[in-house]
Write a protein that binds this ligand. Sequence first.
Ligand code: ATP
Ligand code: MG
Length: 463
Amino acid sequence: MRLSRYFLPVLKETPSEAQIVSHRYMLRAGMIKQSAAGIYVWLPLGFKVLKRIERIVHEEQKRAGHIPMLMPTLQSADLWRESGRYDAYGDEMLRISDRQGRDMLYTPTAEEMFTDVFRSYVKSYKDVPLTLYQVQWKFRDEIRPRFGIMRGREFYMKDGYSFDLTRDDAMHAYNRHLVSYLRTYERMGLQAIPMRADSGPIGGDDTHEFLVLAETGESEVFYDSRVTDIRLGARDIDYDDKAQCQGVLEEFTSLYARTDETHDEAEFATVPEERRRSARGIEVGQIFYFGTKYSEALGATVADENGQQVPVHMGSYGIGVSRLVGAIIEASHDDKGIIWPEGVTPFHVGIVNLRQGDAGCDAACEEIYTALCGAGLEPLYDDREERAGAKFASMDLIGLPWRITVGPRGLKNGVVELTSRRTGESEEMSAEDAVTRVAEIYAPHHEAGAVEPMAGRSFHTWL
Ligand code: ATP
Ligand code: MG
């Protein structure tokens, strides 16, 4: 993309309404615009990051064997009356009536809808296990929407639902989700720690929340500092292997890590004092096992091997896709702006032309731009007639992890500069080497996403 043809409404002033850094930078970098309280326009740059995150979520869900589909956002109240949640949900549910006076609602979550689909089609034990999911907008009429898209009223969420014959199978679904979530967050350059949580209005026995540690987080958390040393990394996971998934769950959840809702001082005191931490965290996901609560309420049964009708065991699993955009910024920024991890960056590399209009500089930039595109990457080329300082400031603000700077002085010596946004370190090298280096940096991310390779250059055909 050439910046002169893009739509990137960067703000010079720091917006006064933004209390936390991610909100400030998202407004300044032209990622979002508030439309009403807790409701946002996703401008092109913000939309791109949102889609990158969504894509990783899809890839990891499909890798775990889960099946994507899509539910309507507006739903009839009838189904929610069947489960009892139409009354129980309270003021967070946005209720609407249509022209016939029928009660409708904007979906805050979708247990009922998925259970209804299941009961409509699935009749036999042979058709489970089954996990269906969607990435869809949700609406919760939050009493205090704040921090930009972190606590919106309208927000984008991945929600998945597992259906199993037995509790044991359902626990495997739970464990599989935990593993797939760990992988998802790590691909986004985030550490999200699973913590024992409280089930709230969804109800259930087993539940973990995934928390990103950040001072601005809304949750109070308590943990053994050793949990921050564990990584899933690139290990091979067989999602059908019950013992392996269970093993990962145990590895990640046996050390003390809880939100304030389930915090237990006495148990916490058994953690060696120097490892006891209390901090703030941002909830970026949650997994629940809730047994037969919804399947019994809604009559989602299957015939077992003996022909007996039994209610299925269910779980539900959420990832805050839009909240993640903010959470990643909270975890990765400096005083100049955002620092995107490679996995979610809106553009892979920026090209800064220090002397726009100079034939040599223009030609070199064009060549680099074409070569990067040819390598399956998506560069953002700042081809505006602007001062170098202004170009650097915008690049730093929007946070692309790598920058190639092209200027007349370097070109005389046959070099351009490759700069890391994270470390600020620059290295001079030939234009070809810079392109090769950037392609190498992104190679693991291409591979990680190669579940369903799209024809041609998978990375930028997504948007
Ligand atoms: P919270 O405690 O933050 O209100 P929740 O526990 O009610 O969230 P869940 O029902 O677990 O939310 O939804 C799954 C995920 O959706 C959460 O982990 C969070 O990342 C995200 N999410 C929930 N509410 C919002 C919101 N108002 N704005 C943005 N993301 C949200
Ligand atoms: Mg939650």
